[in-house]
Write a protein that binds this ligand. Structure first.
Ligand SMILES: [Ca+2]
Ligand SMILES: [Ca+2]
Ligand SMILES: [Ca+2]
Length: 274
């Protein structure tokens, strides 16, 4: 539930005075809006992925006639964070690769890793380079997709299906996997700082994330107006709701729930919703 607050008390806070001072400066707002257009995609496009199918093999690729030494199924997750366009491709950092490989005997190999994913949605091409680390042995396998390759038939980003290997010719270690954006937790829209209430601290948190920096696990909760972007319009919307009888944050609000409009804004954790 929204926290009660008293305007008279709030007006004595330096944080609110700073916030209102920002909002009274049109010239600064123009500059801020330009900055947001550059800064917001990093937050807006972070996304947790879950591997829905995949296989790790060590040995040979056809048509070479040498044995497969190991094969196991993949289970796990990773995160893509948008870092920017490089001309043709949108570039993402792949991190938190947290995957178990399970073979038919039930043996488990725990893998971690980091890499870079590049995608051209218009051309239907993507590319992955990744350093896979065997957590137990520390062995590192440098894998790649051999440059940009076409999307798998019927698969459209943000779904991903790709094949990478230490070598794409004959002997090597190889991973093929399909992954989709993972299930997201319930959240309360407007509770940008995830403290269980919607109040002035959320507008301040939004302004801090936008103009100072920081990390949030649920940027979707900061998209107060549910327009699928996180920018200056969101703390303005919050302040209007709190102080000038503007409309309340859109659903899910004031109770925990799913985003009824979907979208690409990430929400990997939201502690205030069990
Ligand atoms: Ca809050
Ligand atoms: Ca928004
Ligand atoms: Ca939405």
């Amino acid at each position: 539930m929204p926290r009660p607050f008293r305007v008279s008390a709030l007006l004595r806070t330096s944080a609110l005075r700073r916030t209102l001072a920002i909002l009274r400066m049109p010239a600064l707002l123009v500059a801020i809006t330009v900055s947001v257009s550059i800064l917001s995609p990093t937050l807006a496009r972070a996304q947790l992925y879950e591997i829905t199918a995949g296989q790790f093999t060590q040995g040979c690729l056809p048509p070479c006639l040498c044995p497969i030494l190991f094969v196991g199924e993949l289970e796990g997750t990773f995160t893509l964070d948008f870092t920017g366009p490089d001309g043709s491709f949108d570039v993402y950092t792949l991190s938190d690769f947290d995957v178990d490989v399970i073979n038919f005997l039930g043996d488990v190999i725990e893998l971690s890793g980091n890499g870079e994913y590049r995608v051209d949605e218009v051309a239907g091409e993507h590319e992955l380079t990744i350093e896979i680390i065997d957590v137990e042995t520390g062995d590192v396998l440098s894998m790649n997709s051999g440059g940009p390759v076409e999307f798998a038939p019927g698969v459209v980003f943000p779904d991903i299906e790709i094949f990478v290997g230490t070598s794409l010719v004959c002997a090597g270690s190889h991973i093929s996997f399909a992954a989709s954006t993972a299930f997201e937790p319930e959240f309360v829209r407007g509770d940008c700082n995830d403290d269980g209430g919607v109040d002035i601290s959320d507008a301040i948190e939004s302004l801090t994330l936008l103009f100072v920096g920081g990390v949030t696990n649920c940027v979707n909760a900061c998209d107060t107006n549910d327009d699928e972007g996180f920018d200056i319009s969101d703390p303005i919307y919050s302040l209007a709701a709190l102080f000038t009888s503007g409309p309340a944050p859109l659903a899910p609000y004031p109770n925990c729930g799913d985003d009824p409009t979907g979208g690409t804004l990430a929400c990997t954790e939201f502690a205030a919703c069990p």
